[in-house]
Design a protein around this ligand. Structure first.
Ligand SMILES: Cc1cc2nc3c(=O)[nH]c(=O)nc-3n(C[C@H](O)[C@H](O)[C@H](O)COP(=O)(O)OP(=O)(O)OC[C@H]3O[C@@H](n4cnc5c(N)ncnc54)[C@H](O)[C@@H]3O)c2cc1C
Length: 203
């Protein structure tokens, strides 16, 4: 479903708005009106918006307020006896989260919503699902930007570059709204509705 949604957005951007997408192209420098790639190509524009997900703050923001959370997911190939989803909140404040996964929902992935710690997670599996330990087939990381306030971050930096990040693991479902907030709020500066005052552009 997520893949279909992304392909739909991509097609709309290309067909309706003539967007040119560049894949496998790393930007190493930005300023108010340009972005330069590691291969030395510079793109000029009226506005530059950085929405580099979990990398935004550390790469391009001169005043980072978001931190990268690196969650590790563990994939089990044996789903027998497991429900479609698990959420467990422990007394010590851990949040464990697991769902059926894969194109045919024939795997189960599970992790805890905190900075990755293999030992803690394997201890949890040993304690709570010992019969599944042998069926872990791979692990994969998942990066989020987290902001202490829990608010999304939209701002214009001192360098005039616009930033949108800090979606606290919920950025996907709000994606069209993020785009509208950036355009109305930061670029056109007409937003009166979407952005809390303290996150509005400072320029
Ligand atoms: C496993 C997982 C499950 C999730 N589930 C949900 C969910 O159910 N619902 C939900 O709402 N959200 C979910 N999220 C969070 C959601 O995916 C993010 O909040 C959202 O993708 C953030 O969007 P973004 O555009 O800010 O960043 P991203 O989608 O991370 O896009 C940033 C892009 O910038 C690129 N980039 C980074 N640095 C550079 C550079 N130097 N030069 C060029 N390009 C660069 C990256 O390659 C990437 O393509 C999930 C995330 C993960 C990992």
């Amino acid at each position: 479903m997520a893949k279909k949604a992304l392909l739909g957005v991509k097609k709309l951007a290309q067909d309706k708005y003539g967007v040119e997408l560049k894949f496998n192209t790393t930007v190493s420098k930005v300023d108010r009106n340009s972005a330069t790639t590691t291969s030395g190509v510079t793109f000029n524009a009226n506005h530059v918006v950085v929405a580099a997900g979990a990398y935004s703050a550390e790469l391009f923001d001169d005043n980072p307020t978001a931190k990268r959370l690196e969650v590790e997911y563990y994939s089990f190939k044996d789903t027998s006896g497991l429900p479609a989803g698990i959420i467990e909140l422990s007394d010590s404040g851990m949040e464990y989260y697991g769902v059926l996964d894969g194109p045919n929902l024939d795997h189960f992935k599970m992790g805890d919503f905190s900075q990755r710690n293999f030992k803690n997670m394997l201890d949890y599996f040993k304690r709570r699902m010992p019969s599944k330990l042998d069926s872990i087939c791979h692990t994969h990381p998942c990066y989020f930007t987290m902001v202490d306030t829990g608010e999304f971050q939209y701002k214009t930096g001192n360098n005039g570059v616009h930033y949108a990040y800090g979606f606290n693991g919920t950025g996907f479902k709000f994606m069209p709204l993020h785009g509208k907030i950036v355009y109305d709020g930061l670029i056109k500066k007409t937003d009166e509705k979407y952005i809390p005052l303290r996150f509005r552009a400072k320029l």
